[in-house]
Design a binder for this molecule. Structure first.
Ligand SMILES: C[S@@+](CC[C@H](N)C(=O)[O-])C[C@H]1O[C@@H](n2cnc3c(N)ncnc32)[C@H](O)[C@@H]1O
Length: 292
């Protein structure tokens, strides 16, 4: 089957507006690329999830009236559409573009992340359904993998969890699928909170996920805290993590490179025994337990 793709070169500010309009117009998919045509599969930790120069691509069935679609977009924007073109996507389902990059991944003993277009390799495993989106966290990055393996190693049955810097919500959803009771998810990017809500609903755990901007996080203490951010923000957030923990709360910090480990261990050492260290490629995960 052939498809038509409308490629619009736009700005970071206008990209979400166009995304929503293209979805309203019945696009089978809306993708984002940077000017170098790199699909936005996984921005590095700490990166802004959209490039300044963003290309928004709406994929439509081949019989779509592209002139009418462009006219509608211009009417909604109240201005001419920025540089754009319509191309045929020959003999190639758009999904294949993702399929080339993204495959089922296993974390620890029980946990898999499975794209929606692939049958789970182990149907009886804990299968988290996740497609690449605009928020960080598909499982392909070592910092995420380190947290997923840590969650898999815990007994989460009936536990409460904080996922601080939730991105796609992958860690919170994994924790819930592994038996946790409820998850509080925090991110300073509203797009991440939307992605987390969507991914939680897609996995049937939407009712047990609560999403917050950092300032709106309620005063609560969780049994488990996982935070994959970066060493700088993690150091600043140490008192916040302490305030959200109780005696025996388990904590894991990821997004840390080796030279930062000792300093971060010392900062968190004021409240936590940070005796766990795991390393994957250039990245480290520090873990520990809150002292009484
Ligand atoms: C590396 S991603 C982690 C995403 C996901 N938890 C994972 O493990 O794949 C870090 C996330 O933390 C968020 N973030 C960065 N600094 C933050 C802060 N000070 N407070 C809350 N969220 C923050 C970013 O917006 C981003 O979504």
């Amino acid at each position: 089957m052939s498809w038509l793709q409308l490629k619009i070169d736009t700005t970071k500010a206008q990209a979400p507006v166009l995304e929503e309009l293209l979805e309203t117009l019945g696009a089978a998919a809306v993708l984002m690329e940077d000017s170098a045509d790199q699909p936005l599969l996984e921005p590095p930790p700490g990166a802004t999830p959209l490039w300044d120069a963003t290309r928004v691509i709406g994929i439509f069935t081949v019989d779509s009236e592209m002139d009418a679609i462009i006219e509608f977009l211009e009417a909604q924007l109240g201005e001419q559409l920025p540089a754009h073109r319509v191309e045929v996507l020959e003999d190639k389902d758009w999904v294949r573009a993702w399929m080339d990059h993204y495959h089922p991944m296993r974390f620890g003993d029980r946990l898999w992340v499975v794209p929606s277009w692939t049958p789970p390799p182990q149907p009886d495993a804990v299968n988290l359904l996740l497609d690449p989106g605009l928020a960080f966290g598909t499982g392909t990055h070592p910092t995420t993998a380190l947290c997923m393996e840590w969650l898999d190693s815990l007994d989460l049955q009936g536990k409460t969890v904080i996922d601080y810097g939730c991105g796609s919500g992958i860690l919170a959803v994994a924790a819930l699928l592994l038996g946790a009771k409820e998850a509080w998810c925090v991110d300073n990017d509203p797009q991440a909170l939307t992605a987390t809500r969507n991914n939680a609903e897609h996995n049937g755990v939407g009712e047990r996920v609560h999403v917050f901007m950092p300032d709106d996080m309620p005063d609560m203490q969780a049994d488990v805290i996982v935070a994959n951010i970066l060493a700088g923000p993690l150091a600043m957030l140490a008192p916040v993590m302490a305030a959200h923990s109780h005696a025996s709360t388990h904590i894991a910090l990821s997004g840390i490179i080796r030279p930062q480990v000792d300093e971060l261990r010392e900062v968190y050492g004021e409240w936590f025994d940070m005796d766990g260290l795991a390393i994957k490629e250039d990245w480290c995960r520090l873990s520990g337990t809150r002292r009484a």
